[in-house]
Design a protein around this ligand. Structure first.
Ligand code: IPE
Ligand code: IPE
Ligand code: MG
Length: 253
């Protein structure tokens, strides 16, 4: 019997838990979680919010500095209207019920994504939660809502093109840093780790630019089932990864 050295590496116990400075999460599988229990998809979304609340607490306890969660993609507009309305109302309810707790826990909230197509009252709510938590110095919780990675890059390109057209920027000055600074995530470190639940193994337009050197960990459980055990298992997997960033030696992150 031959043993694949790669599988030995995966089985080895972690040297220690390395805490990523930025974790991105594609919270997928709410609908399948509900379907498996004979419930409506919307009930899966309600349970998904509970899992998110739990994850925020875990990130605070484990000392993660930045957490980006994917909660509504620019492609999710293709879903039935009533499901879209439900998800939008869930965001409103989450803000209403959790804002005080987030403030108490020193969490800074940023909501990234396109404001196009959002109702003015929702935009006001987003601005309000960002303003009320802006001075907080603990976990930065970035909610990707009405977010698409390609749209974000296109928006950054338009912004820079306008600067060039106005004569304020030369094309040669458009560097990687300049593009990164024109994205919604300006000023944030790139994610070290991206987790996707529900067994799907794709990026679905999440943080395309920022994910250039992220480690991906795919887990089988649907998002509402993601708990502390799942979180620790993912961190252990991350700790065993050899991050080389194109070089030959592993780099500590
Ligand atoms: C993720 O769960 C939540 C959103 C995309 C809003 P899904 O709603 O995609 O659940 P599945 O993938 O259909 O199970
Ligand atoms: C990605 O999940 C978007 C969010 C988690 C918000 P989807 O369920 O929309 O992705 P696909 O359609 O399976 O790629
Ligand atoms: Mg899905």
């Amino acid at each position: 019997m031959s043993i694949d050295p790669a599988s030995i590496a995966e089985l080895a116990p972690p040297a220690s838990l390395r805490i990523p400075a930025h974790i991105g999460v594609i919270m997928d599988g709410n609908g399948r979680w509900a379907k498996a229990r004979g419930k409506r998809r919307t009930e899966g979304h309600i349970e998904g919010v509970k899992a998110l609340r739990n994850l925020v607490e875990l990130c605070i306890n484990y000392g993660v500095a930045n957490l980006t969660v994917f909660s509504f993609s620019s492609e999710n507009w293709t879903r039935p209207k009533d499901e879209i309305v439900f998800i939008f109302n869930l965001l409103r309810r989450f803000v209403a019920s959790d804002l005080q707790r987030l403030i108490r826990n020193n969490v800074q909230v940023r909501i990234i994504g396109s404001r196009d197509g959002l109702e003015p009252s929702l935009i006001r709510l987003i601005d309000d939660v960002e303003a009320k938590t802006a001075a907080n110095t603990g976990l930065v919780l970035i909610v990707a809502f009405n977010y698409g990675g390609k749209a974000e890059i296109a928006e950054a390109a338009r912004k820079l093109a306008r600067e060039v057209a106005a004569g304020r920027l030369s094309p040669e000055a458009i560097t990687e840093d300049r593009i990164a600074g024109a994205l919604y995530t300006a000023g944030l470190p790139d994610p070290d780790l991206i987790i996707r639940t529900s067994g799907e193994q794709r990026i679905s337009n999440f943080l395309l630019w920022q994910a250039a050197y992220a480690e991906f960990v795919f887990v089988e459980e649907n998002w509402p089932d993601f708990n502390e055990d799942s979180f620790v298992r993912v961190l252990e997997t991350f700790a065993r990864r050899d991050r080389r960033f194109g070089g030959v030696e592993a780099v500590q992150s």
